[in-house]
Design a binder for this molecule. Structure first.
Ligand SMILES: C[S@@+](CC[C@H](N)C(=O)[O-])C[C@H]1O[C@@H](n2cnc3c(N)ncnc32)[C@H](O)[C@@H]1O
Length: 223
């Protein structure tokens, strides 16, 4: 996954403002929900408009309980965009997120996935909350996103320089599209030294012998 080099900044309008719905002209209409619509506003209200089991994949990058307010001047027009990330306590933050996550769980398809982006401020509490909503066994993994290299502070303590993305699925059978990235050239040179002349495909030599002496039928001759 690509590293995020910039500090987290606000990008959307304050969510308490009035709800607006924009309809984009292009895009395919799904059988269960109109995917050409962008719903703006508090996601608790907006999610309530969606039918159960209509979404394949959810990624959320919500407030992190960072105890800061964010403000950014956006684009050429320098439009001010801001959001607040101050909560009375971590528990208050979790109680703010919980009904939203319950709604997210509701709108997911049985084969759907949720990716919840957070960081050290509340990640451990978020994990427990999501376990309660999705079920512990529906947790697949925690993706660690290293945001920066360790800075000077690392001399005083270990650095907090990564975000966490929790991956859950609603059901046991889920859609997972395998991710492919090209290998580093160095790795290919070191481990796949040989090239098949006819196709140009790289390969390595491997050992097919079975070290288990009591299973001669699983032992093959050397190449
Ligand atoms: C951490 S920022 C996300 C930044 C964005 N994903 C990005 O990469 O730049 C959190 C966002 O959640 C939005 N937000 C906070 N509470 C919300 C709510 N109840 N409903 C919808 N959006 C909300 C904020 O306006 C803010 O844009």
């Amino acid at each position: 996954m690509a590293k995020k080099t910039v500090k987290k900044k606000a990008v959307t309008k304050p969510v308490k403002k009035k709800v607006a719905t924009k309809v984009a002209s292009k895009g395919k209409r799904s059988a269960v929900v109109d995917t050409r619509v962008v719903y703006c506003g508090d996601n608790l209200d907006q999610l309530a408009k969606l039918p159960e089991g209509c979404v394949d994949l959810i990624y959320i990058d919500p407030p992190f309980n960072s105890n800061r307010n964010y403000e950014v001047f956006w684009g050429e027009t320098k439009e001010k965009r801001a959001f607040e990330d101050r909560h009375a306590s971590t528990q208050a933050y979790i109680e703010f997120m919980r009904p939203r996550c319950v709604e997210l769980h509701r709108v997911l398809k049985k084969t759907g996935s949720l990716y919840f982006h957070c960081d050290w401020h509340a990640s451990h509490y978020v994990k427990v909350m999501l376990d309660q909503i999705f079920g512990e066994n529906q947790f697949h993994t925690e993706i660690i996103w290293r945001r920066t290299n360790a800075k000077g502070l690392a001399f005083k303590s270990f650095p907090n320089n990564h975000d966490s993305i929790f991956y859950y699925t609603k059901g046991k059978t889920c859609t997972f599209n395998r991710q492919y990235l090209p290998h580093d050239e160095e790795y290919l040179e070191a481990f796949y030294k040989f090239v098949e002349p006819e196709t140009g495909r790289r390969y390595r030599l491997g050992d097919l012998t079975n070290p288990n002496k009591n299973r001669p039928n699983l032992t093959y001759g050397n190449l």
